[in-house]
Design a protein around this ligand. Sequence first.
Ligand code: ZN
Length: 98
Amino acid sequence: MNKNLFSFRRLTEMNQKCPNCNYNFFPENGFYWGAMFVSYGLASLEGLMVIFACFWYGNELFDYANLMIIVAFMIILFPFNFRLSRIIWLYIFGKKTR
Ligand SMILES: [Zn+2]
């Protein structure tokens, strides 16, 4: 796994075009705004997994400690979610080449 996947450095940098096939990664202005919805979905699923993991380790299901743990996980996972949501958005709504 690429260690830069979880890095906050150069978070928003992306190639304009694919170096192999010259595919345009920016089909229109604001194309990646919709990736926020994908990111929201990813973060929700991760939050649910964390809260059930906390429950499994013996915390109450609704506990302020769980909330703090989820916030910590959201901060750690933010760069991963940011990049993965753009990839998913591009796969769903990017122009098909063939
Ligand atoms: Zn390519």
